[in-house]
Every structure is written in structure tokens, then in C-alpha cells.
Write a protein that binds this ligand. Structure first.
Ligand code: COA
Length: 372
């Protein structure tokens, strides 16, 4: 058996940001339009009036202050309320591939590696912009990487599931390196017209280069252990899919965008994640006092505070459990990887840290790392 290590990371960040105040102003204008258009039905009690959103609620409930999006205008247009992304011809790079290539080149540069050094590409994301061919194969071609590539989707946990998949292939010897990329265009599946969730997501792409840990020069993190778990739940769900046309569901339907029962997610996912991390650490003989850093999935600050306290047995210092969700919002599978990419270079040789992602499925994945 071989060992594997993370040798490079990259983060592609879109140019547009939307603050909570901008988002709420657009939502409230949309709600006013909706209520005026439906005044008679609202008065008759057949349609519910849309209440206003508030920046104070968003910050208090989630910890999110702003998010990056590929398009701002469409999202903030009260008569539209979703991004407007230009159509691309089939012979142009797809948007997800373009974002992933940007992040991948950063990861490769950090590791000092070229396409010839890489054997596989895994595109692990919550959504893929077409059914086929796989986005990963297009990324592979754009980067001129040999070998093979494939897509996978485990929603918010896609990154850690991709990392374990790549690590296991490297350990077995079938490949010696892989890029795990997470291009997330969350703005396109978010329902911006629903105040319960309109603030949750942002767009980003991350890349992680994983290599066989053999004669590695330069900075890297040894992958000591990985662990995955899933348990079916309908509490985070999106019904959009290739059967839509067959079911005569082409109209504008709420269930074709992100839906969640946030309270239930909170109650059910927190114990699942805390137990998962505790058991993983216990089985690998990692004590809370050994952990120098927790790079958690970035959905909600209160959730992260809770998990950090459970794992460490005390309130974590800010630098022990860094959050990026105030700037990026929830970026699905990319969140924990942005935290890792931005807050890992200060660790010393021998320091241990843990990446953990969790979300729809339900799914949870953890990766124990040691700075070489
Ligand atoms: N502005 C003002 N008020 C709002 C609002 C908004 N944008 N959105 C909801 N509210 C209201 C609700 O209607 C509710 O009012 P009520 O008490 O009169 O019914 C109240 O605020 C509380 O709403 P609730 O949904 O219970 O808030 P919450 O504290 O659970 O926070 C989330 C909402 C989504 C931030 C939180 O549940 C969460 O983060 N859950 C887990 C999310 C997660 O990890 N999902 C994974 C996604 S991949």
C-alpha cells in the first residue's frame, strides 16, 4: 500500500459580490411586486403574501455577510431573481470546466506539477451543468492531462468523497496522482425568491491535488485517514432531473430548486457529524488536544460553533476553526476546502488537522491530515 498527500490547493472566486443589504433590497422589491400582482388572491386568502427579508435575520441565523456570484444583475433584478449566464456553444469550454481549470492551475502551480504528472481528474460537485459528457473529462482535456476523469455528486460532501476516492486509488497503486475539483454554481439552483433560503449560497470552485507520498519535495499534508458515511433524508432536496419532461413538469415549480427543512437539518446533521468525527478520531487515536485545526463545511456559523465545541471539548479559538462563510456563504462542497486552502500554511510539521464536510444525502466525510 502507498500513502497519499495533498500537495496543492486552488480557489477560483467570481468577481461579483452581493452583500446582505443588496440581497434584501432586491428580495423586498420582488416581494412587493409579487404582493401587488396577487393583491386580490392575497385578500381572498388563496395566496399568502410574501413577507420581507432582513439583513439582521440573515447574519444572526447564518453568520453570512456576503456571497460571490457569477452574475449579480439577474439575481438582483426583482422581476427575475436568478442569474443570467450567457449561452455557450458546444465547442466552447463549459462554465464549470472553466472555473475548475482556473482552480486546478493554482493547485498545480502550488505543487510545482504539470499535466504530465497527473493521472486522473474527479469533478465532485452538487450539480453538473449537463448530463454528459462528464465535466471532468472536459477539464482533463482542457488541462491536457492523460489518464481518465469522471464526475461524482454527493452534494455538500462531494469534496471529501472525492478526496477519499482519489486517496484510495493512489494507495492501491492504480494511479499516482489526481486532481479533485469542486466547481459549484450554487446561484443557479438556489431559490432566490424564497426568504427562508435566499441568502444561503454562493459560487466558487476549488481544486485539490493529491499525490503518492513518495519523495515529495515542498510543502504537503499527509492524508492519514479518510472516512465517509451517508443516511438517506428528504430534508435537503431538489427534484429537478432528466425525468422532468416525462412528468409534464416543465412549469416554474418550487421543488425544481433547492429546498430544505433547515431546522430539521440542524437537529439531525449536528449529532451525526459530531459522532462521525469523534469515532473517526477515536479509531485513529487522535485526541482533541492533538488537533491544531478544524476545516469544517461552511453552511452556518452556529452549526460550526457547535461542532467545534463538541470535537475539542471547549470553545475553539477563532484560528483553530476558521470560518469563511461570512465572505463566501455556503459554497456546498467547496466550503471546507476554501477554509483549508486559506488557513493551513501556518501549521508546523507534525501538526494534525481535520477536514469535515456534511450536507444533503445526508452525507458526511472527514479527512485527517498531518503537515509534513
Ligand atoms: N428574513 C427574516 N425572517 C426570516 C427569514 C428572512 N430571510 N427567513 C426566515 N425568517 C423567519 C421564519 O419565517 C421564522 O419565522 P417564524 O418564527 O415566525 O416562523 C423565523 O425567521 C425563524 O426561521 P427558521 O427557519 O426557523 O430560522 P433558523 O434559525 O432555523 O435559521 C437557517 C435558518 C436556514 C439559517 C438554519 O436553519 C440552517 O442553517 N439550517 C441548516 C442549513 C444547512 O446546513 N443546510 C445545508 C444546506 S447544503
Amino acid at each position: 500500500m502507498f500513502s497519499a498527500a495533498i500537495t496543492g490547493t486552488g480557489v477560483f472566486t467570481p468577481e461579483h459580490t452581493i452583500t446582505n443589504d443588496e440581497l434584501v433590497a432586491a428580495f423586498n422589491a420582488h416581494a412587493d411586486l409579487f404582493n401587488a400582482e396577487n393583491a386580490a388572491a392575497i385578500a381572498a386568502g388563496t395566496i399568502e403574501a410574501k413577507p420581507h427579508s432582513s439583513s439582521e435575520f440573515i447574519l444572526a441565523a447564518s453568520g453570512i455577510e456576503r456571497r460571490y456570484t457569477l452574475d449579480k444583475e439577474g439575481v438582483l433584478d426583482p422581476t427575475r431573481m436568478f442569474p443570467k449566464l450567457p449561452n455557450r456553444a458546444d465547442d466552447e469550454p463549459s462554465l464549470m470546466a472553466e472555473m475548475a481549470v482556473d482552480a486546478s492551475l493554482q493547485a498545480m502551480a502550488q505543487a510545482g506539477k504539470s499535466a504530465d504528472d497527473i493521472d486522473a481528474v474527479i469533478c465532485a460537485a452538487s450539480n453538473h451543468e449537463r448530463a454528459y459528457p462528464a465535466i471532468a473529462v472536459e477539464i482533463q482535456q482542457l488541462l491536457e492531462i492523460n489518464g481518465f476523469a469522471f464526475d461524482m455528486n454527493v452534494a455538500c460532501s462531494s469534496a471529501t468523497f472525492g478526496i477519499q476516492t482519489a486517496t484510495d486509488m493512489i494507495k492501491s497503486g492504480s494511479i499516482s496522482s489526481a486532481l479533485v475539483v469542486c466547481p459549484e454554481i450554487c446561484s443557479a439552483h438556489l431559490e432566490w425568491r424564497d426568504r427562508d433560503c435566499h441568502f444561503i449560497f454562493g459560487d466558487v470552485a476549488t481544486a485539490v491535488l493529491i499525490e503518492r507520498d513518495e519523495g515529495l519535495q515542498g510543502d504537503h499534508f499527509k492524508i492519514k485517514s479518510t472516512r465517509l458515511a451517508t443516511k438517506f433524508s428528504n430534508n435537503i432536496r431538489n427534484n429537478n432531473g432528466f425525468l422532468r419532461r416525462t412528468r409534464d413538469q416543465m412549469e416554474d415549480r418550487r421543488d425544481m430548486q433547492f429546498m430544505q427543512n433547515g431546522r430539521k437539518v440542524f437537529k439531525e446533521v449536528l449529532p451525526m457529524v459530531s459522532k462521525h468525527i469523534a469515532e473517526h478520531m477515536n479509531d485513529e487515536d487522535v485526541q482533541a488536544s492533538d488537533l491544531k485545526r478544524l476545516w469544517l463545511h461552511q453552511a452556518n456559523k452556529t452549526m460550526n460553533d457547535y461542532i467545534g465545541k463538541k470535537v475539542l471539548g471547549r470553545v475553539p479559538e477563532a484560528d483553530e476553526q476558521p470560518n469563511i462563510l461570512q465572505d463566501y456563504a455556503n459554497t456546498s462542497s467547496a466550503g471546507s476546502i476554501i477554509a483549508f486552502a486559506n488557513y493551513s500554511s501556518d501549521l508546523n510539521a507534525g501538526d494534525v488537522g481535520l477536514i469535515c464536510s456534511f450536507g444533503a444525502g445526508y452525507s458526511v466525510g472527514s479527512v485527517i491530515l498531518e503537515r509534513a
